[in-house]
Design a protein around this ligand. Sequence first.
Ligand SMILES: *Cc1c(COP(=O)(O)O)cnc(C)c1O
Length: 487
Amino acid sequence: MPDLDLEEFRRLGHQLVDWVAGYRAGIAGLPVRSEVAPGWVRSQLPAELPEHPQPFEDLLADVDRVVVPGTTHWQHPGFFGYFPANASLSSLLGDILSGGLGVQGMLWSTSPACTEVEQVLLDGLATALGLGREFTFAGGGGGSIQDSASSAALVVLLAALNRSSGGDWRETGVEGTECVYVTAETHSSLAKAVRVAGLGARALRIVDPSPGSRAMSPSALAAAITEDLAAGRRPVLVCATVGTTGTGAIDPVPEIATVAHEHGAWVHVDAAWAGVAALCPEFRYLLDGVELVDSFCTNPHKWLLTGFDASMLWVRDAAALPDALSIIPEYLRNAATDSGEVVDYRDWQVPLGRRFRALKLWAVVHSHGLEGLRAHLRGHVALAAEFAGRVRDDPGFTLAVEPSLALVCLRVVTGGGDAADDAASRTVLERVNATGSALLTHTVVDGRYVIRVAIGSVATEAQHVRALWEQLVTTAAQVRAEAAAAR
Ligand SMILES: *Cc1c(COP(=O)(O)O)cnc(C)c1O
């Protein structure tokens, strides 16, 4: 037999589950960030691939020896960088199921459950989030699990190009007059989608924020669209962000959608990180105006306990993505597709093939319940509020912007002016990261260096956030003292 014998699989599977449990049990004791030099991992592995079968135990030994030190531990409780990449153990169980079934769910007919479990989950989550019936299959819309918010942005742009051209885009491609509206804070995946779609960066309009904010100004959007129309250009897509990557800013979706729809542009809401918080009634305001938009995306693989990759994309018109993307070669023809009664998710994405991702999301929702998901989100928001309170109360620090959900952006205050504060903030971040007990990342807001603290790892508890605060205070005091001594 070319595969593992089943008894051997059982034995190794148990061993592997034990390995993962042991890894998670000890993760807090590992340095969050991998400190290996470029090329170190490659240098540790034999260049020659094995000619003969090797024991699985040897592979696990290499994982311990090479992979673990070469890994940045995203599930570490001290991981506060970027946004979290939750990979709960319940999600892992679902992923094992998915791998065990080994399904390729490109068409409904290639595995009905792969499609319909996803439909049921996405309809249920649309309701739980408060998206409204129009985004469910019963309401004429529907959701799908994409690999990432970046892919969601790309397919939405393609659907928007198709709709805005009355379907001509499928035949003739882009004209060169299409415009896509974003802000300086919009995720770079929109700029990439514009490039991949063949529009070129000239299609991208960076709309100004409202004065004193980082959120898109609806009047600036209206002005930009008016100018483009006067010049013979075509507004195709407006992307509003709910929870920008840098600072968690929230674009005013209702006003943006009103302006965009006057001119027939598709409105996409990118809520990759923040959107899942709408599961809690107190954060449902994040979805204000969503009843006016064409598509909405949020990532369970960031803050909703689900291992990468799983990004949920809902569209108001279930036909929009297939209209843009469906191509049916003879070898994929089947009675179910011809009947028009099924969803073929290959028409909702760029690749043909797709994994049974719904299983890990299902496992998460099933084992935590909506109540457990809300508690997870609320817990981190409360920790962020406590942390932000400490920043506010300490004259040695300042909040760079108001905290957004579980994201706190701060700067070190030295008393020596902006440049000194920026330099100190950078040094403090680097030193904290070098200790290995926490990982922070930065951004730049209005030209100023800002430390981002994104709370949201599954394992992160109050003690870890408090320890981070102590470390920031101590490190900043050292940096200030060194700067004073050098003057
Ligand atoms: C993280 C993020 C993305 C990209 O997410 P992927 O799923 O990794 O593509 C897009 N938009 C926003 C607002 C994000 O925070």
